[in-house]
Design a protein around this ligand. Structure first.
Ligand code: BG6
Ligand code: MG
Length: 220
């Protein structure tokens, strides 16, 4: 296998559990609009941009809306989300993340963020992790949504590492696909039923040992 020189982390659901806050805010909006929205439906929104997420949500219910009418609803969802994340502290970082990043920095691997969120910098500031990254690429830097690999390719470029030397950590099916489309290695964080296209699936960053990952890849 190619040597891993850069680690690219998705944010929501990988570094912090903000996937729950996105769900809570979309659910609040769905209730207001009279659209039934479940946790299973929410899987379709993970890793997906705000604009595309709202279109998926509208597709679930009886509500018809023109393009021009949509923005205030997306803004409202974001206001709720921003309210939730404003209360975050370093205690909200998922188990094992801080130690894993520190260890891999010592191993001279570049640490990169590759998130679809336009709120990524705020979240990282609130949990005091913003300085841990060699490069941050988020929803304010990309035009194509995952499963397009743009966000990860830009991350790799920012630290001057070839895609084949990058390993992506993702909790969303669209994100795993984006990594594979970008010709990168991918570890899925979550359920194998959802993230089956990843090279390896674990329940959380705290479970990852790079030696084990190498053995896993070599056995594929
Ligand atoms: C992704 C989340 O990281 O960011 C999605 O998984 C979210 O659920 C997307 O819709 C966009 O986030 P934001 O903060 O720009 O609305
Ligand atoms: Mg995610």
């Amino acid at each position: 296998m190619a040597e891993i020189k850069a680690l690219i982390f998705d944010l929501d659901g990988v570094i912090v559990d903000t996937a729950e806050y996105h769900y809570a805010a979309w659910k609040r909006l769905a209730d207001q609009l009279g659209i039934t929205f479940t946790k299973a439906d929410n899987e379709l929104l993970k890793g997906v941009s705000r604009v595309k997420s709202f279109d998926i949500l509208l597709g679930l219910g009886p509500v018809e809306m023109s393009e021009g009418e949509k923005e205030p609803y997306r803004d409202q969802k974001n206001k709720w989300f921003v309210e939730y994340i404003s209360k975050m502290t370093p205690a909200d970082i998922l188990p094992g993340v801080v130690d894993f990043i520190a260890r891999e920095k010592e191993n001279n691997r570049k640490i990169v963020l590759g998130s679809a969120s336009k709120n990524a910098a705020s979240v990282l500031k609130n949990v005091e992790l913003i300085d841990a990254f060699d490069a941050i690429v988020d929803g304010t830097h990309v035009s194509a949504a995952k499963p397009d690999p743009e966000v990860f390719l830009k991350g790799a470029e920012a630290v001057q590492v070839a895609p084949k030397n990058c390993l992506v950590f993702e909790d969303a099916a669209a994100g795993v696909e984006a990594a594979i489309n970008g010709d990168m290695y991918c570890v899925g964080i979550g359920a194998p039923e959802v993230l089956g296209k990843a090279h390896w699936v674990v329940p959380g960053i705290g479970y990852i040992k790079m030696e084990e990952f190498k053995r896993k890849i070599e056995s594929l």
